[in-house]
Every structure is written in structure tokens, then in C-alpha cells.
Write a protein that binds this ligand. Structure first.
Ligand code: HSE
Length: 368
């Protein structure tokens, strides 16, 4: 059996990866070896059988013995360890959740329900670096890859509603702490049915602006508010999250010429599901039924939600989708701008298809 090293299994993405690998019985297919940068020598996670104690994730000699390494440790670890490992002559497969290597010419961005052909071609060509995509981009493609596969897409505008988990575990905690502070501030007024709504509003707004409001991670309130900027500035006024949407979509699908993808990326107070409002310019007027067919048949997880109020509010929300692999897309309709303009709304769990799931599936593909 191949030896697969798993680095960063205790973090948020790593923990979701462990859950999914256990649920899919992946550990039957390889010998896992767990590595940590801080807890070498500790007990490995429970996978239903004996495993060696946790190894040192910075020890190149131990890593060199592995056939495959899956890293959920983050970009700094990749920057430090990956080049040293390759320089030491390691020829194994590197599968990574971090963005560090994504746009390298020798790396493939993995999202196999969408780009299995690209992955297979790369494996045949001897590519060894397989990197998980940006969560927003991966979730968008899980939803609308069918339209790209038909060659119908001229451009896509993405307006995102991104969850706290995309920023990290500490940020998720901070969001809940902010919700608690807001709830506490309004509690007595809320409990009094005779209180005035503008007094409740004043209590909430005063709390959001209070210097004691917990904003260590986000710098500003997210609960009862939003943050219209994700990641660093890059070029032409775009944030890095917005920039990734274009470059990664085109790399994942290997599109030539490139299809423009751009929009506004916004953090909202959801826990782990990213949502996106999409405007899609089609190359020609395609009947809505054909659009829905192409979308719905493109993979086993995308689900077309009928464009009714009842179905939309129940099935197109983070509350409904959280913790599940399904990627619903709904509100599909032609827009007033013309019959080539399509509007849609999609939701997906960013810790699953946006992070852990493509990585565990890539391990299985290599082992096939
Ligand atoms: N950059 C994403 C976000 C995380 O901040 O939501 C996953 O790629």
C-alpha cells in the first residue's frame, strides 16, 4: 500500500478532511502517516486501526519516504517545506489546500467532477503537484460547469456572499462572539414586547461601534453588517479573491481563449457556506430548459432548485446546505438585459467542495 502523509490534520480544513476520509473509508486504500509542525510524537487521530505516532512535519528525511503528501497546514508551510523537499529529490505527489503553488505552471488545480480530463492528462504527463482551488471559484464551477462544458459562456459576473470560515477558525469564533455581543445588548429590549424597534436598532448599532466590540480578527463588525473586501488588493482595484475567480476558473477548465470572470467578493455573517449571485452572459440565446439540463447533468452534486419563492428560501441558503456536499443552484432566469443574460444564485459548503473534498478525491484518483 502507498504511504500517504497528512500534514495539518488538526486544523479546520484538516479536521474536515479526516471526517470525510473516515466517512468514505479512504484509509482502507493507503497507509496514512500523520505529521505535525508542533506536536510530533503525539497520538495520531483515530482511523479505526493502529498508526504510528505523529511525525515531525519539518523533517525532510521522513517526508521523503512518502508516496503522497496531503497538506492542510497552510501557505507558509508550503513555502518553507515544498521547495526543500523537491530539492532533496522527492518525486512523490504533493496535494495541497493552500494557494501558494496554484498558479505555478507545473501545478494543476484539482476539482475532478469538473476537470477530471485536465487531471488525467496531467497525470499522464508526469505532473506531481495537485492543488485545491479557491473555495469561491470551486463552488461556482461545481454549480455552472455544465454551461462551460457546452461552450456557451461569454463571461461571468460573480457577486459573492462569503462565510466566516473562508477567513479561518478564529474568524468563525469571532463572528459568533460578535453575534453574542449584539444579542446581549438587545436582550432586555427584545424580551419586552412593548419596546420600540428603533430603540433595539440603536442598542445594536451602538454595540457594533463600541470599542469593546470583538473585532481582533476581522478589524470591523461582521455580525449585523458585512465586509466588502476579501484578501489583499491586487490590480485594477480588484481584491485577490476577485482576481482568483478569473485566473483559477480559466486554469481549472484549461480555457483558451480565457473567459472573463469578475465581480465583487463580500464577507457576510454565514458560518461555512459561501453563496454567489451570478450574472452569466451566454454566447447566444439558449432556452432556459436547456440551460437547466446542462447545469443539472454536469455532476452528481449540483442540484437545480426551481425558481419559486418557497423552494428558493428553503433550499438556497447556508442554513440548509451547511455540512452537505450538495451544491444547489436556483433563481435561474433570463434577465431584462436580453435573452443571453442569465441570472442564478448558488450556495455551497466551502470547507467541503471549497477545501477538503477535492483533496481527498485526488488521493483516490492517484491510487486508482
Ligand atoms: N479565500 C476564501 C475566503 C477562502 O476568504 O473566503 C477559501 O479559498
Amino acid at each position: 500500500m502507498k504511504n500517504v502523509g497528512i500534514v495539518g490534520f488538526r486544523g479546520m480544513v484538516g479536521s474536515v478532511l479526516m471526517e470525510r476520509m473516515n466517512a468514505e473509508k479512504d484509509f482502507k486504500f493507503f497507509e496514512p502517516k500523520f505529521f505535525s509542525t508542533s506536536q510530533a510524537g503525539g497520538k495520531a487521530p483515530d482511523i479505526g486501526r493502529e498508526t504510528e505516532p505523529v511525525g515531525n512535519a519539518n523533517d525532510i528525511e521522513s517526508l521523503k519516504k512518502l508516496d503522497i503528501i496531503v497538506s492542510c497546514q497552510g501557505g507558509d508551510y508550503t513555502t518553507q517545506v515544498f521547495p526543500a523537499l523537491r530539492q532533496a529529490g522527492w518525486k512523490g505527489y504533493w496535494i495541497d489546500a493552500a494557494s501558494t503553488l496554484r498558479m505555478e505552471k507545473d501545478a494543476i488545480i484539482v476539482l475532478d467532477p469538473v476537470n477530471r480530463a485536465v487531471i488525467d492528462k496531467a497525470l499522464d504527463a508526469g505532473v506531481r503537484d495537485f492543488i485545491g482551488g479557491n473555495c469561491t471559484t470551486s463552488l461556482m464551477l461545481m454549480a455552472i460547469a455544465g454551461l462551460f462544458q457546452q461552450g456557451w459562456v461569454e463571461w461571468v459576473s460573480t457577486m459573492t456572499y462569503q462565510a466566516a470560515s473562508g477567513a479561518g477558525a478564529k474568524q468563525m469564533r469571532e463572528l459568533v462572539a460578535q453575534m453574542r455581543a449584539v444579542g446581549n445588548a438587545a436582550a432586555s429590549l427584545l424580551d419586552n414586547p412593548a419596546s420600540a424597534i428603533l430603540d433595539i436598532d440603536r442598542a445594536v448599532t451602538t454595540t457594533l461601534r463600541d470599542p469593546s466590540f470583538p473585532v481582533t480578527e476581522f478589524s470591523v463588525p461582521l455580525a449585523a453588517s458585512l465586509i466588502p473586501w476579501i484578501d489583499k488588493p491586487v490590480e485594477d482595484g480588484q481584491s485577490r479573491e476577485e482576481w482568483k475567480g478569473h485566473v483559477e476558473t480559466n486554469k481549472i477548465l484549461d480555457l483558451h481563449p480565457a473567459v472573463p470572470v469578475d465581480g465583487n467578493c463580500v464577507r457576510i455573517g454565514a458560518m461555512r457556506c459561501h453563496s454567489a449571485g451570478l450574472t452569466i452572459k451566454l454566447k447566444r440565446d439558449i432556452p432556459l430548459a436547456d440551460v437547466e439540463n446542462a447545469i443539472g447533468q454536469s455532476n452528481d452534486w449540483v442540484q437545480v432548485v426551481p425558481n419559486t419563492k418557497e423552494e428558493s428560501i428553503r433550499k438556497l441558503s447556508p442554513a440548509f446546505v451547511s455540512g452537505s456536499l450538495r451544491v444547489p443552484i436556483g433563481r435561474i432566469r433570463k434577465m431584462k438585459m436580453g435573452p443571453e443574460y442569465l441570472s442564478a444564485f448558488t450556495v455551497g459548503d466551502q470547507l467541503l467542495w471549497g477545501a477538503a473534498e477535492p483533496l481527498r478525491r485526488m488521493v483516490r484518483i492517484i491510487l486508482e
